[in-house]
Design a protein around this ligand. Structure first.
Ligand code: FAD
Ligand code: UDP
Length: 790
């Protein structure tokens, strides 16, 4: 053992995870590195490599800490040491190291990538044994003859078997009673950078296009004949191969002026290479060594927005070929043909990215890690009194213990409220945050994505950003660039499309008279009804524009939108759309009006791209809270649901959206046309290309049908609802450890900027409480931020 390396453990710490691997930690960054770095967030992880025979002065165990928190152990043995003697030496080295750590006292989880390591570890007392089978190693070139027997032994000892793909799952599931398929995942935001224009790395910059790229280990799995033939078939194409050459003689690799071997690259640099390729390749040989592979590079290429051509590898065909996401070709000619199709217009990049996003949705290494930990927790591990789950997800953990352990905060809801707080807590206070959402995506109601046609649409209706708060603007600008956009709305009234809010042009068009601003003001004042006090939405409109315009523009729309007459709604609702006697036809008059240049979802991705934040979508608070106890919770869902609707349901109005793509470039003159008449069932139609500036031969629109049933979208501002809400608020005041933030949790009809301002204000209170050493703040009171002017 290296005496300079201090012991890692304290007796009270959770079990040690001892991982045995045939892959050197610094070789290429793949499954073991992704998973072990995540386990290392909460546990001591020792990653034991195979020995190096380079220590003439005697055996020693090198221990070094990698940036992700994993400690790598490398046995250095005498040159030429072999067989059982070498295994005995490793065993002794490892035993000595574990004894220093008091690993026996803490309990151990053994995790195998190679069954060969059983020879140095089968004597260890393990609380739990995992075989994470990522390849059929016995089929690899140079596999030791004992591999098959050792795998049988490992299968007999293991508590669980995970497989890195479906073919492997099929091969192993008859051999063990507890087998789970966990196909390798992808770091989507890392590789998605390749969709943007990145500077071409120096050694790739001089290579002409079209470029066909491959990144991965260059070994016997590669079809080198196919590569050579492809290069010969198309001398004007350039093949770029990135990765270390292993087990095959470099002299056997095809050498041509249009094949470029750039060597192994850092994981962090791969997106820059990927960004410069026209098509990505998976030219795998079809032999024993590739029968069960499930190449991680497939989702990586797709996340990077590249078209992919692959040989017919079973798992690739099953997951990506059959659905047409990856082109499958089995000869050099077929490759050339498929690549031709991609290069000559088949490759509509936007459409490809959209389909790739749909296929990759929900894939994440975080998700695999947590699901694996959950599977393990149900078995013998728990009986041994051990846990591999992050403390926050552990059943029975006391709140105090959990708070001292993995996640400092659970944030429920990945919309603006939850995401801003997750970002601030992680980046501003170095807190560890678990952010969950029951929807399969982040962004809350502002979530946007490309639809079937590749048009950027808003899943939950049009979201137009506007604010008077420079602070909110500055904050969000850290995560997005902006596209200037001023929103204009037309209303379909008396068979005409007239500007809304009512303004000078509206009056001119409706009444066919050439008003001056002064005359328009007088015209409205003459029709306005004297109402005092102004309480309801009906009052507010009647008292400013009179009954005729009220009926044309407000009554029907509001009845449809809210299922209530304007006389039953608080004045604040209709006051959002005040009439003007000027020519200003903008819907909003805020100082800042713009749209995130690459969409809301991309902005949220950047906001949440922080090592302290784990995002788990498709999980509801109910699912997590039964297995969890957290130091502090930020709750952004409906407040009545949090309290089990104990005082009855708080009304939230819902909408049904009908999204349609039309085979024409333009549908309507502005982004939104309102239909106030009760003769049509929808309230408005939105055409997104006006909002986003996207150029496309088709166009996508959304009809909004208000409804009582469905997701909660709008708190309904009326006095009795506010009274009911206040009863829930009183409950919220009484419980500790939960802060309620956002439109649903604080039951306020807030715009996006107001929710951001509210979340920033809550964050400041948390930070201030910590600065004054008040301990974890119990901010149960609803936030009352100042910067909330609409
Ligand atoms: P949300 O965006 O609703 O996010 C809450 C999240 O919490 C949701 O994703 C939900 O799935 C999740 N969640 C809830 N309960 C649970 C649970 N128990 N477990 C796990 N997850 C849970 N604002 C503007 O500024 N401009 C606009 O043009 C605009 N247009 C709008 C159009 C429509 C049709 C709607 C409905 C709203 C519009 N808004 C607009 C308002 C805007 O959507 C909100 O202000 C903002 O999205 C609120 O953010 P939030 O985080 O509070 O809530
Ligand atoms: N409204 C209306 N007619 C319109 C537009 C709005 O009656 O043409 C009323 C309606 O009650 C609506 C409210 O004004 O719910 C607020 O409109 P806004 O556009 O602000 O609503 P959003 O959908 O953005 O929340």
């Amino acid at each position: 053992m290296n005496p300079a390396t201090p012991p890692l453990a304290r007796a009270s710490e959770p079990p040690i995870l001892l991982c045995f691997s045939h892959l050197r930690w610094n070789f290429v960054y793949q499954r073991p590195q992704h998973l072990m770095s995540r386990f290392a967030r909460t546990h001591t992880v020792l990653y034991v490599e195979e020995p190096m025979f380079d220590s003439p002065h005697g055996p020693r165990l090198e221990a070094r800490d990698e940036p992700g928190g994993v400690r790598v152990l490398v046995p250095h043995l005498f040159p030429g040491q072999q067989g059982e003697q070498a295994e005995d030496t490793q065993r002794v080295l490892l035993d000595g190291y574990l004894a220093d750590l008091d690993a026996g006292g803490r309990g151990m989880v053994l995790w195998y990538y190679t069954p060969m390591s059983l020879a140095i570890s089968d004597h260890l007392h393990a609380g739990y044994i995992v075989y994470d089978c990522m390849d059929e190693l016995s089929a690899f070139r140079g596999a030791p003859p004992q591999m098959v027997a050792r795998e049988q032994k490992l299968l007999a000892l293991a508590d669980v078997v995970f497989t890195g793909g479906y073919s492997l799952y099929q091969a192993k599931r008859g051999l063990h009673e507890n087998v789970y398929a966990f196909p390798s995942s992808v770091d989507i935001s890392h590789f998605a950078r390749a969709r943007e224009t990145l500077p071409d790395p120096e050694d790739q910059a001089g290579i002409p296009h079209p470029r066909l790229g491959f990144h991965g280990v260059l070994d016997e799995r590669l079809d080198i004949d196919l590569l050579g033939q492809l290069a010969d078939l198309r001398p004007d194409w350039h093949l770029v191969l990135i990765g270390p050459v292993v087990k095959v003689d470099p002299a056997c690799l095809p050498r041509r002026s249009n094949i470029h071997y750039l060597g192994g690259k850092d994981y962090k640099d791969l997106p820059a290479y990927l960004a410069g390729w026209d098509v990505a390749l998976m030219p795998f040989a079809r032999n024993e060594s590739t029968r069960f592979i499930s190449p991680t590079k497939t989702p990586e290429y797709l996340a990077g927005g590249r078209a992919v051509v692959s040989t017919p590898i079973a798992d690739v065909v099953r997951s990506y070929g059959d659905c047409g996401m990856v082109r499958i070709a089995d000869t050099a000619e077929a490759f050339a043909h498929a690549i031709d199709a991609e290069l000559s217009g088949g490759a509509d990049r936007a459409a490809l990215c959209r389909r790739a996003d749909a296929i990759l949705a929900g894939m994440s290494w975080d998700g695999i890690w947590l699901r694996m930990a959950e599977v393990m927790s149900k078995g013998r591990l728990a009986m041994e009194g051990l846990s591999i789950l992050p403390g926050a997800l552990r059943p029975g953990m006391s709140r105090r213990a959990a708070a001292n352990d993995d996640y400092d905060y659970l944030v429920v809801g990945a919309g603006f409220a939850g995401s801003v707080l997750a970002e601030r807590l992680a980046a501003g206070m170095n807190k560890r945050v678990l952010l969950i959402d029951r929807r399969p995506h982040i962004g809350g109601n502002a979530y946007d994505h490309r639809d079937e046609a590749g048009i950027l649409v808003h899943e939950y209706g049009p979201h137009i950003f506007h604010t008077n708060s420079a602070r909110v603007m500055d904050y969000l600008s850290r995560f997005t660039e902006w596209r200037p956009y001023e929103h204009r709305v037309l209303a379909h009234v008396d068979g005409k499309l007239v500007p809304m809010p009512i303004n000078l042009t509206t009056l001119r068009m409706l009444f066919d008279r050439d008003f001056t601003p002064g005359q328009a003001g007088e015209f409205l004042a003459a029709r306005a009804e004297a109402i005092d006090p102004v309480r309801t939405s009906e009052d507010v409109v009647l008292s400013t524009v009179g009954r005729e315009l009220y009926e044309k523009f407000f009554r029907g729309y509001t009845r449809k939108q809210w299922g209530l007459d304007p006389s039953q709604l608080d004045k604040s609702v209709a006051a959002r759309v005040p009439a003007r006697s000027s020519l200003d036809d903008r819907y909003f008059t805020d100082e800042f009006q713009c749209m995130p240049l690459h969409g809301y979802t991309r902005m949220f991705e950047k906001m949440l791209d922080h090592p302290n934040i784990t995002v788990l979508t498709g999980k509801s608070y109910d699912e997590i809270r039964h297995v969890a106890s957290f130091g502090h919770t930020i709750y952004c869902g409906p407040i009545d649901e949090f309290f089990g609707h104990c005082y009855g349901n708080l009304p939230y109005r819902s909408l049904q959206f009908r999204h349609v793509t039309l085979d024409r470039a333009r549908f309507q003159p502005v982004a939104v046309v309102n239909y106030p008449s009760e003769d049509v069932p929808y309230t408005r139609i939105t055409e997104y290309k006006h909002l986003t500036g996207q150029v496309h031969e088709k166009t996508s629109v959304t009809y909004e049908f208000p409804s009582a049933e469905g997701d909660p979208y709008y708190p309904v501002p009326r006095p009795e609802n506010m009274r009911l809400f206040r009863r829930y608020q009183e409950l919220a005041d009484k419980i500790s450890g939960v802060t309620f933030v956002g439109r649903l949790a604080t039951y306020r009809y807030y715009n996006m900027d107001q929710v951001v301002a509210q979340a920033l204000a809550v964050y400041e209170r948390i930070a201030a409480a910590e600065r004054t050493n008040a301990g974890p703040p119990d901010l149960d009171r609803l936030a009352a931020p100042e910067a909330l002017k609409p």
